[in-house]
Write a protein that binds this ligand. Structure first.
Ligand code: SF4
Ligand code: SF4
Length: 277
């Protein structure tokens, strides 16, 4: 099973659920797809064994061949190639590697060169096969790194994808192809709107989903009533507990201190199709 763990907004406890679930299982892949701010390994403490660059292709102009016709600049929707008085200029940070500029060039003046945008790292922690991606500072395209991470998914063990927060392209890229998605939320109005957007996206993508209410007991019952009304399964409620928050702030997981919640996470995992028995 490929299980993605998401949240409409950051700070609701998505990482807490991902790492505590992974550590509660005997054998699993955990992939931190929050490539702009990966933090699963603060808790997993995996021994990193391998690091690999992630590159994208960007255009390179052969000025000997360039006719300064401007067709490439006209084509590019991202303003990544501009026709300046001084000549055609490429802005690599804006390029989406769509390939269109090369196709429209009448004199074969465009070739490709690699540009590094980040890395993926692999390691192990107990029975967890761990991966994380890190987007280079200043880079704006997380999805190629998420794709490179998802290329590591194995079919012989269950995989947990810790999604980026929010409902942007990187969230959609991560959840695409999942067998199930858990949305972690809290019973406050702050994340309610984003949660609804995420739910709509999952419905469109036909990905089954359920909700975990974290820090249950604070806030109101609006999300719970909404889920009941929409017949969205509430998979688990994790009660608000100051000790859990303190453990998180120290980079520690809660499963050793709250084994009953760890057991509930494993039961939930089995119920939605995981292999752990
Ligand atoms: S590859 Fe696509 S996005 Fe990049 S410069 Fe060419 S047309 Fe623009
Ligand atoms: S389309 Fe080709 S020839 Fe025309 S400006 Fe761009 S690189 Fe130069």
């Amino acid at each position: 099973m490929i299980l993605s763990i998401a949240s409409g907004k950051g700070g609701t406890g998505k990482t807490t659920v991902s790492v505590n679930l992974a550590l509660s299982l005997d054998r699993v892949q955990l992939i931190d797809c929050d490539v702009e701010e990966p933090n699963d390994n603060i808790f997993i403490k995996a021994n990193i064994e391998n690091t690999q660059d992630v590159n994208v292709e960007i255009p390179e102009i052969d000025y000997e061949k360039c006719l300064s016709c401007g067709k490439c600049a006209d084509f590019c929707n991202f303003n990544a190639i501009i026709d300046l008085p001084s000549g055609i200029k490429v802005f690599p940070g804006l390029c989406h590697s769509c390939g269109g500029c090369k196709l429209v060039c009448p004199n074969d003046a465009i070739s490709w060169k690699d540009k590094k945008i980040g890395i993926i790292r692999r390691g192990t922690s107990g029975g967890i096969s761990f991966f994380e991606g890190i987007l280079d500072i200043g880079e704006v395209r997380p999805t190629p790194i998420i794709k490179a991470l998802k290329y590591q998914i194995r079919s012989d063990i269950d995989t947990i994808l810790d999604c980026p927060p929010g409902t942007s392209c990187s969230f959609l890229e991560t959840v695409n192809g999942s067998d199930f998605c858990i949305l972690v939320t809290e019973s406050t109005p702050f994340g309610f709107n984003d949660l609804k957007i995420a739910l709509e996206a999952l419905k469109e993508m036909r990905i089954p989903f359920g909700v975990i209410i974290n820090r249950d007991g604070i806030g109101d019952d609006e999300i719970e009533l909404f889920c009941k009304h929409e017949m969205i399964p509430i998979l688990l409620k994790i009660p608000y507990n100051e000790d859990i928050a303190k453990l998180y702030s120290k980079g520690e997981v809660f499963l050793d201190y709250f084994p009953e919640i760890s057991g509930q996470l494993v039961s939930m995992f089995n119920n939605i199709g995981g292999r752990e028995k």
